[in-house]
Ligand binder design. Structure first.
Ligand SMILES: [Fe+2]
Length: 288
């Protein structure tokens, strides 16, 4: 078998693992239960609420998301059952599924998953902020898309554990190329498979798929792609700036200005969003 064929085999094995994640022996119990519930079309919202309430760490994260200042219900959601009513079944389903992937129980990568959680929460918040400023997307949809834009990194960790962490041992340069060479696919592809498998909205799947492909993003945008994809990309650039290690995901690309212009943002607006983001980081530093 030549190296291209071997990579294709790895890729297909990984795709199957992502689609059938609930069958993996490596994943935590609550995550397994959530995956089973959301995959069952007969599930009711009360099944979901019950599992969330039984897991302290998951409840805390779902409440933090529901009450995020940028999500739209800031401080008004007092319980998981209320979150399910206020957010609606689809949104609570997708949020819970995404949040449960960050489960650290039984894992020794608390630091890695915590940093990724903070990064994802911040990208979600800035995506919602950009949606609000541009009026080009609903804030809750933008928040969810930002939250899951790097879900592929979390999934790769849940599937491969330490082997995935080794990718970061030699720094965060060329992470995408190393993911492809080691596992047969990048975290953008893996995240998109997952979101597709669990029937997330098309714009959300595209935001995951294209967040490291600005050239593809801009050409898709010109042919009518949803602006949310661009908002999530810009949010990730803002959040990754001045960071180190796992918290750096993307840097400014040659297409950056064209992407800004496509969603009617100029340097001044971006600067204001950046300032709002820095104030947000300051106000939430005790949350993480
Ligand atoms: Fe990424």
């Amino acid at each position: 078998m030549n190296s291209v064929d071997a990579l294709d085999v790895k890729r297909e094995e990984l795709r199957q693992s992502v689609i059938n994640m609930a069958d993996l022996s490596t994943i935590p119990v609550t995550l397994k239960r959530i995956l089973e519930i959301v995959d069952d079309e007969n599930t009711s919202v009360s099944d979901l609420v019950e599992v969330i309430e039984q897991d302290q760490s998951l409840s805390t994260k779902v409440m933090a998301v529901s009450n995020s200042a940028f999500y739209g219900y800031g401080g008004r959601v007092k319980s998981i059952s209320q979150a399910a009513v206020v957010l609606g079944f689809n949104m609570i389903r997708n949020l819970t599924l995404s949040v449960s992937l960050f489960d650290t129980s039984g894992k020794d990568a608390y630091e890695f998953l915590s940093q990724l959680w903070r990064h994802s929460f911040e990208v979600a918040s800035v995506s919602a902020l950009l949606a609000d400023r541009t009026g080009l997307s609903r804030k809750d949809n933008a928040f969810l898309a930002g939250l899951v834009s790097n879900i592929g990194r979390v999934i790769l960790y849940q599937v491969f554990e330490k082997k995935y962490l080794d990718i970061y041992d030699s720094g965060n340069q060329d992470v995408m190329a190393r993911e492809k060479a080691t596992f047969g696919a990048t975290h953008s592809e893996v995240g998109a498979w997952f979101a597709e498998g669990f029937r997330f909205q098309k714009e959300c799947i595209l935001a995951i798929e294209d967040h490291h492909s600005p050239e593809h993003l801009i050409s898709n945008f010109r042919s009518g792609s949803h602006p949310l994809v661009a908002l999530v990309y810009l949010a990730d650039v803002i959040v990754s700036a001045d960071k180190t290690g796992v918290e750096v995901d993307i840097t400014v690309s040659p297409e950056h200005n064209a992407i800004m212009e496509a969603v009617y943002l100029d340097d001044e607006s971006m600067k204001e969003v950046q300032e709002e983001y820095l104030a947000f980081v300051q106000s939430t530093k005790d949350l993480f």
